[in-house]
Ligand binder design. Structure first.
Ligand code: GLN
Ligand code: ZN
Length: 763
């Protein structure tokens, strides 16, 4: 018997983001629905053909989407929130996009992070839901692949339990009781989908139940058990691959008993636990082990020899006909192909594998497993040569960085004096009023700003002209800030497209991809930088911009940096050394930047850590190590300055009650947190735990162009002052203002200062 391979999902965007442009042209009415569907089909079929050509045996179908797979699921099962209308037939494109994007009369459905991945899904709302099968999209795409290409695909379906658990009712994620109540209503529809697929000749479905990796209590197996028993019982002819990913299964013993024919396990991002289960408990003889071998959310080439050893180990646990080789999760989360990176250093390129290269690796491993390594010796040798070249390269062996790392252990990273002492010195030096006002860092990235940057990048604008433009923009906004009467000013971040890329360009060890796009949400793609080498500080990054801004005003200008963990979380990080080590390298580099800002006369330095919470590991038992490392790298970055220098940090979320100890441990002098949409929650967290340092709870929402009134902002400030001492409190918006326009920005900040003045007058 031979071992086969299987894929779990293929990127949607298209090599040149054709899919993104397709959606956006349709939204701008530059394309009819018919033309949209025809183009989407061409792309879909091309993706299938590509996988076939790469040597994939079981090709996923219906993993394509016109926006998001959770939205597809809710649209197919009729779980459309009633504000978008009532449907008894398949949704048209406009109705489908209304849910994702909103209309004049109905606000868009909420979007949130997909597990711990930088992909965002549409959150189902199960308020007055009446499930009905409006569209068996899985059948449609299964048949299309079969008829058009002769591919007997594996339809990918989000499982009923995960679907429910990812959604909300009355604003809350469904609890077990709500899942138990809704599941029986949904199961007959899944059964219908399954029986129609079986009737059409489908042999396998891939039922994704990623929420299984979050289950820790054996009792939590019940709804999965119920669902799978019902599905397998109703349609025994259709084989179910129960797919899990993003971590290990704590309920391994229960899951392997479920009535399914294959179980997909993540053997990459599982902390070694899934393999340990396989080795100690074994695997049932009547099921297939779908082994997730290839990293599905990072961009590195596998070490084929090591992967092959793993395959050989698995073969001591299961027989050949019980083994499928797979990526560890859908390739949706990696870019498509390294062949569109012609400018990359060949040594780096040799170590990279995007989706297509990963499928190639799978095919090679499958051949090795079936025919012996000799059959693919050339590929194995080339792989070893390339990885060795990258590992031996100067990029990965910077002696200065290695030396600095070696000294980490004999240092402690603490400020010289405790907060109570520091803050007095800072007050004496800064002379700020009570309730000081500031912003979070960025000002509008207007069309002009973006156009100038693009022109400069394409070589149509000289360095000197671009720098002069950036200075003029900063001067303009320093003047506005002075006129508005803010107390602590910022330079405006006009030189940055985002918070990470700019730092990556100035530090060693980063590669900015040309076409390494991944879907973030809807048609939106991001190009995370690739951290492939040792990170070293080579030159000041933000000093000139801050110093220039400070030269224009007597008020203090805040320096503005991104903290190490956020840089890590929003990048593809090398995997030849522990991530924490890379994080510390970044911290050591940024520490020099912080010290250089101080030397250049900058009295306040903000180090942003917006990604701290969203990057929390899926399992709570891994939280502490992650949070400790966040604190450690933040303190490496920020503790090299005098007591008089004020360190700020900023975070973009409000549900922080469970990580408040970490926030305190950062020992920043001032923190600003996004709050305006959930004051109640935050305030009660403070009532419970108290907080000593200074803090700015965002007093207005920056996500909409709406200008908040003075009275509204005053009310927000008053509410915060009930639990936070007036001497501790700062007044600022929720987050940076880069996505806003100038008029609303100035109007809102003017009202913010007026609200502060009104409150000050009453004190
Ligand atoms: N300083 C950044 C800005 O203002 C912070 C952005 C963020 O928190 N995501 O844009
Ligand atoms: Zn923010």
């Amino acid at each position: 018997m031979t071992i086969i391979n299987s894929n779990l999902g293929y990127p949607r965007l298209g090599e040149h983001r054709e899919w993104k442009h397709l959606l956006e042209h349709y939204w701008r009415q530059q394309l009819s629905a018919d033309d949209f569907h025809a183009a989407a089909k061409r792309l879909r079929l091309a993706n299938l053909k590509k996988q076939q050509a790469l040597g994939i045996d079981l090709i996923p179908v219906a993993d394509n989407s016109d926006y998001d797979h959770v939205l597809d699921t809710l649209a197919a099962f009729g779980a459309v929130p009633t504000r978008f209308g009532h449907f008894d037939h398949q949704l048209g494109l406009d109705d489908y996009y209304a849910i994702a994007r909103g209309t004049d009369s109905a606000t868009a459905a909420e979007m949130t992070k997909w597990f711990n991945i930088n992909y965002h899904y549409i959150v189902p709302e199960f308020d007055d839901v009446h499930f009905q099968l409006l569209d068996n999209r899985w059948l449609r795409y299964y048949q299309e692949a079969k008829h058009e290409l002769g591919i007997d695909g594996k339809p990918v379906i989000l499982g009923p339990v995960s679907f429910l658990k990812l959604g909300k009712r009355h604003g809350q994620y469904l609890d077990d009781a709500a899942v138990a109540e809704l599941l029986p209503q949904l199961l007959p529809l899944y059964q219908q989908v399954f029986s129609e697929l079986a009737a059409a000749g489908a042999q396998w479905v891939q039922l994704d139940e990623p929420t299984l990796v979050k289950a820790t209590d054996p009792a939590e197996i019940a709804p999965y058990q119920q669902a799978l028993t019902a599905l397998h019982g109703a349609v025994p002819a259709l084989n179910i691959e129960l797919q899990t990913y993003f971590d290990s299964l704590d309920l391994y013993d229960q899951v392997i008993q479920l009535p399914v024919q294959a179980i997909g396990l993540d053997l990459v991002h599982d902390h070694g636990e899934n393999l340990a289960h396989l080795q100690t408990t074994g695997f049932p003889a009547d099921k297939i082990l779908a082994a997730g071998l290839i990293d599905g959310h990072n961009v590195w080439a596998s070490d084929l020899a090591t992967k092959f050893d793993l395959v050989q180990q698995l073969r001591t646990i299961v027989t050949n006909d019980q083994l499928w080789l797979q990526p560890a999760n859908s390739l949706l989360h990696v870019p498509i192909t390294t062949k569109n990176e012609p400018k990359a250093d060949p040594i780096l390129l040799g170590g990279l594998a995007f989706a297509d290269q990963k499928l190639q690796e799978l095919a090679t491993l499958t051949t090795a497993a079936n025919q012996g390594v000799a059959a693919v010796q050339a590929e194995f040798d080339e792989n070893q040569t390339k990885l060795a070249a990258l590992n031996a390269s100067s990029h990965r062996n910077n002696p200065t960085v290695r030396q600095a790392e070696a000294h980490l252990a004999d240092q402690t990273f603490e400020r010289q004096a405790p907060f109570a002492t520091r803050i007095k010195l800072q007050h004496d030096r800064l002379h700020l009023p009570l309730l000081p006002t500031t912003t979070i860092g960025s000002f509008p990235q207007s069309r002009t700003v973006r156009a100038k940057r693009a022109a400069w990048r394409h070589g149509d604008l000289s360095d000197a002209a671009y720098q002069a433009f950036l200075k003029a923009e900063t001067k303009r906004w320093i003047d506005y800030q002075n006129e508005i009467g803010l107390d602590v000013l910022v330079h405006g971040e006009f030189e940055r497209t985002d918070m990470v890329e700019y730092f990556g360009q100035k530090l060693t060890g980063f590669y900015a991809t040309q076409n390494g796009w991944v879907q973030s949400y809807g048609s939106r793609g991001v190009r995370p930088p690739v951290i492939f080498g040792d990170v070293a500080y080579t030159e000041p990054i933000t000093v000139a911009a801050s110093v220039y801004a400070q030269s224009l005003t007597d008020k203090p200008v805040k320096g503005m940096l991104t903290a190490p963990l956020t840089i890590i979380n929003w990048s593809f990080v090398r995997d030849d050394i522990p991530t924490a080590q890379v994080q510390n390298q970044i911290a050591l580099a940024l520490r020099q930047e912080v010290q250089n800002l101080e030397k250049a006369g900058i009295k306040i330095i903000q180090v942003d850590e917006p990604a701290l919470r969203e990057g929390l590991p899926l399992k709570q038992r891994h939280w502490q190590a992650y949070l400790d490392e966040a604190v450690y790298s933040f303190k490496i970055t920020t503790t090299g300055v005098a007591n008089e220098t004020q360190i700020h940090t900023h975070m973009c979320y409000s549900n922080f009650a469970d990580i408040i100890d970490t926030i305190k441990a950062l020992d920043a002098d001032v923190i600003s947190i996004e709050t305006s949409r959930s004051h109640g929650e935050i305030i009660s967290a403070f009532e419970q735990t108290g907080y000593d340092q200074e803090i700015g709870l965002g007093v207005y929402d920056i996500h909409s162009p709406r200008v908040p009134s003075v009275a509204e902002i005053e009310a927000n400030i008053q509410r915060a002052l009930r639990v936070i001492d007036v001497h501790q409190f700062w007044i600022n918006p929720d987050c940076g203002l880069k996505t806003r326009q100038k008029p609303e920005t100035i109007a809102a900040l003017t009202n913010m200062v007026a609200a502060r003045d009104a409150i000050q007058a009453q004190l």
